[in-house]
Design a protein around this ligand. Sequence first.
Ligand SMILES: *[C@@H]1O[C@H](CO)[C@@H](O)[C@H](O)[C@H]1NC(C)=O
Length: 210
Amino acid sequence: MLLKLLLAFILLMGQVRTDPDSLQDYCVSPPHSPDQHIFLNGDLCKDPTKVTVSDFTTSALSKPGNIRANPFMINVTLTTTTNLPGLNTMGLTMGRIDFGASGVVSPHVHPRASEVTVCLDGVLLVGFVDTSGRVFTQELHPGETFVFPKGLIHFLYNIDTVSSALAVSGLTSQNPGTQFVSLVSFASELPIPQDVLKRLYHINDQEGCC
Ligand SMILES: *[C@@H]1O[C@H](CO)[C@@H](O)[C@H](O)[C@H]1NC(C)=O
């Protein structure tokens, strides 16, 4: 049984690709300039002789994010090539997720990364849906870990209605990207045509939509 699980995990990890490998020890991202006119797949490299240890460290995840500004009572703080320049070309992102009571990271997708989450505090209900519609959910207690395969819709929910919760995630891209199902449907920059949304969500004219 354990061997089968291990095999399945190895097969699964073989299917996901992280960002391309770096051709050098590091390619520390230089300070971002507001008048940048050339855009690359990734960031430029800072002069390697100017690289210092501070390029490889950040306290960005040391403080709880403010959950009050968010209707779902959560806050996600991520490392980026701005707050942690040494991440550039490493194919990694780290995230801190603070949950208020009943806080939820609503269903979303990371198009460019698998995610592995450790629950540090509280009790989380986490899960994902595969492309055949199968749902995999699990309750996570402190110290327990869950993996969300790349590109699949997933969610994290603090099932405690009184206490907060805390989780940390690693993602296999320096730029995982995030698409929330609800925001994509109803809050895209240019709206999806109403007729399409009505068909998609079975909304009729009486119910009023969008
Ligand atoms: C998350 O918390 C940080 C730090 O308190 C805050 O600056 C940021 O606006 C919060 N993000 C959201 C989406 O509420």
